[in-house]
Design a protein around this ligand. Structure first.
Ligand code: HEC
Length: 221
């Protein structure tokens, strides 16, 4: 029991409040950030990391980009020797490969160019092969259908010659030129080289079309 003069509960509350005020001041004024050294490390760290990355990337590109030269990917390029090096591809060798590639000429006309009697006409000794460049390029580009006479023998057109220049085989001008140069010089045939430029010219002249007939072709020079 306390005596009467200190009996008032308000005294106690006031003392409490004082303690709380002091307490919160201490908290508020307590350990503070160092104002003088108040810089933030994070942006500096980011700057450092970014600079390191840019330095690495620049060094990498400088070393491995090949200075953006297109020839860096040219696997057939020869090392510099001082003199100019001209690589000459052999069209006959390339053409022979094409002739004997899967599903190509040999499967019908046979590797020896003799064809199959009554169905596939021969390429060896054929006037279509060694004759007019205009005609033989068209046969390769768009195909041939219907009756055709080869070396005096008539083929009724039981089978058709597929188009190699359009959808399906889709051979380039260069491939067609090479295979034609090959068949014009193989099996004792003697015909002139056919260039990719000639094939390109005839391709654009003839446009997109279906198989030729031999009568149509005979009207071309
Ligand atoms: C699917 C069979 C087949 C394939 C593959 C084929 N031909 Fe033919 N070729 C024929 C037929 C069939 C004819 C005759 C078409 C006709 O009767 O109208 C012919 C005709 C020709 C002719 C004109 C006639 C002659 O005998 O001289 C030439 C040239 C020719 N082919 C070259 C080729 C070349 C080159 C290839 C390969 C790039 C090739 N052919 C692939 C079936 C084929």
């Amino acid at each position: 029991m306390s005596n009467s003069s200190h009996n008032d509960s308000r005294f106690e509350r006031a003392a409490n409040d004082d303690a709380q005020v002091l307490d919160s001041h201490e908290k508020a004024l307590g350990p503070q950030k160092d104002d003088a050294g108040n810089y933030n490390l994070r942006p500096l760290l980011m700057l450092f990391l970014l600079s390191t990355f840019v330095l690495f990337a620049a060094t990498y590109v400088n070393r491995y980009s090949g200075h953006y030269s297109a020839s860096i990917y040219n696997e057939t390029a020869l090392p510099h020797t001082g003199a100019e090096v001209v690589v000459k591809a052999d069209p006959v060798a390339a053409g022979k490969k094409l002739f004997n590639s899967p599903g190509a000429c040999y499967s019908c006309h046979q590797p020896n160019g003799q064809g199959i009697a009554g169905v596939y006409p021969p390429l060896a000794g054929s006037e279509w092969v060694t004759g007019s460049e205009e005609r033989v390029v068209r046969i390769l580009l768009h195909g041939l259908k219907g009756q055709v006479t080869v070396s005096g023998t008539s083929y009724a057109g039981a089978a058709a010659m597929p188009a190699f220049g359009t959808a399906g085989y889709n051979w380039t001008d260069e491939k067609i030129a090479n295979v034609l140069t090959y068949i014009r010089q193989e099996w004792g045939n003697k015909g002139a080289v056919i260039t990719a430029d000639a094939v390109a010219r005839i391709r654009s002249q003839a446009g997109d079309r279906k198989e030729w007939s031999s009568t149509e072709l005979l009207q071309i020079k």
